[in-house]
Design a protein around this ligand. Sequence first.
Ligand code: ZN
Length: 423
Amino acid sequence: MKLSKRIAIGMIAVLPALHGCTTNPVTGQSQFSLLSRADEIAIGEQQYVPSQQSQGGEYTVDPNLNAYISSVGQKLARVSDRPDLPYEFVVLNNDVPNAWALPGGKIAINRGLLYELEDESQLAAVLGHEIVHAAARHGATQQSQSTILGGLGSLIQAVGESYGYGALTQQGVALGASAFTAQYGQGQELEADRYGMDYMGRVGYEPMGAVELQQTFVKLSEGQNTSALQAFFQSHPPSQKRVAANLEKARSMSDGTRNKAAFDRAMSQIRKDKPAYDLHTEALKLAGAKDYQGALAKVEQAIAKQPKEALFWTTKGQLQTELKNEAAAKTSFNKAISLNNEYFAPYLYRGIISVDQKEYAAARSDLLQSNQWLPTAYATYYLGLSNANLGNIVEARQNFTAVQQVGGELGQAATRQLEQLGN
Ligand SMILES: [Zn+2]
C-alpha cells in the first residue's frame, strides 16, 4: 500500500501545471519555468529521501560533520536571493566526488567530495553553487517532465558504480520515479559559479576558494575515468573556462576568510577513517571479480579500523550471503541496522534471507521497512513472496503487479508468480 501510494505521488509530481515565463529570482531575467514555487518545494521534499537513499544514504559515523556542513550551508542560504526556501544540507555516504541540489533547496554533498576540499571557502564554493541551482530554479526550468523521470538512468549507473558488484542494488533503484538528477547547461554552471561567489562574498569567504575548487574539478576529470565520475562530470562539466571566469570574478572581490582550522576540525574523523573507506573500496573491487573471500578479508580490515560504519557491515553481510553463510550474514545486517536504522539496504538483504529461511513475517516487516526508505523492485518482489506465503493474496498480487511493470528478469519472475496465484 505504502509503495503504490508513493508511486502515485511521484506521478503527480512530474505532471505540474505549465507556468510559462517567470522572472529568474537570482538574475532578475525572464526565464521559462515549468514549475510553481509550491511545485518545486514539493518535488524537492518528495525526492530528497529517495535520492539520498539511492546514493548511499546519510553519512552517520560523525554527526558533527553533518552539523558543520549544515551551518555553513545555512549561512550562505540566508544571504542568497531566495532565503525563504526550506534549505537542507546532508552529507551522503558515497565515495564519488559529487554534490547536487533538488528544486526547493534540498542539497547534498558526498563524503567523496569533502576529501577533495582544503578549507571552508572551497566548501562554501560548492554549497553556494548548489544553492544557486536551487534558487535560480535551474532544475525546475531545465527539466521537462520526461527528464525528471529520465534522470533515473544515469543514477542507476552511478549507484552501480559506487556499490560495486551488486546487481541487486542496480535493479533495486529501478522501481518508482523516486530519483532525480539534473543535467545543467554550461550557461547555468557559469551562472551558479558567479552568483555562488556573490553569496560567498556576502558571508565573507575568500573568493579564491571558488577558483581552486574548479581547478580541483579539472584535475579530477583529467585524472580519473570511472563511469561514476564520468556521469558526474557530464552533469557538472568542469573547464578551464570556468576556472578563468571564477578567477576574473575573484579579482573584483575583496579578500575573505578560509576558516581552515574549523574545516580541519570538522573533517578530522572522516580523514582518520579514509584508510578504512579505501579498504572498503578494494573489497568492492574484489567482490566485482567474484573473489568473495578476498573481499571479506578486506572488509574485515575496514571494520577493524572503523567498527561504527554500517556500510561496512552491510557489505560484509552481502559477502557472507554470497558465501552461503546466511546465519552470519544476518548477524552482520543486524549490526548494520543497529548502527544506522535509516538506510534501506540492510533491511532489504536481511528480508531476502528471511524469505529463504521461510520466516515470512520477519521478512515482510524488513521489506516493508526497506521500501519505506526507498521503494525497490527487489524488495517488492520478495515482499510479494512473503505475502503469498502468509496468505495475504491481495497484497501479494499488488506487489507482483508493481514489479511486473519494471520488466526485465524480475518482471518476468513476477509474471510467473501472478500466474501461480491465479485469479
Ligand atoms: Zn552545477
